[in-house]
Write a protein that binds this ligand. Sequence first.
Ligand code: HEM
Length: 145
Amino acid sequence: MLTVKKVLGGAILAMGLSGYAAAHGHCGETALHEDMENLKTELKSLSFDLRGKDAAAASERVDVIISLLKDSREETPFKFTKEGLTGEALATEMAEYQSLMDETIEVFVSVDKAIEANDMGEAGSLLREVGNLRKKGHSAFKASC
Ligand code: HEM
C-alpha cells in the first residue's frame, strides 16, 4: 500500500536526484541511471518475494518500484542530452519516453492488484510483460556509450 510517508519519501528522493542530474551529464552518471540500477535491484527482490508467496513484502516492493518509475519519468534520458535535443524535438521525444514509462507504471499497478488478490502467478506473468517494456525502452531511449 502507498503510505503518505512513502509518497513523501519518493518526492524527496526525486528532488535530490534531479539536482544530481543537473550537475552530471555523463553516461552512467545520470539520476535516471541511478534510478534504473535501483529498479533492477528492487525487481529482483520482488521476484524473490513472489516466489516466497510473501504478499506483504511484494506489495511494499511494488510501491517502491512505482515511486522509482514515477521519478524516472521526470528525468531526461542521457541520449537526448547527447544528441543535443531542444525545444519541439526534445518535447516530442520526452512525450514518447513518458508514455512508455506510463505504460510500465500501469503494469505495476496491475501487479499490485494481482498481489492483493493473492494471485502470484498472474503477478509473475505481468512481470514478463515488464521485461518486454524494458527492452522496448532501452532500445529506443538508451544512449550507446
Ligand atoms: C522496469 C524494468 C527496467 C529495468 C529493471 C531497467 C534497468 C536499467 C538499468 C540497470 C540501466 C543501467 C544499466 C544499463 O545501461 O543497462 C538502465 C538504463 C536505462 N533505462 Fe532502464 N530499466 C527498465 C525499464 C526501462 C523503461 C521502461 C525505460 C523507458 C521508458 C527505460 C529507459 C532507460 C534509459 C533511457 C536508460 C539509460 C540511462 C540514461 O539515459 O541516463 N528503462 N535501465
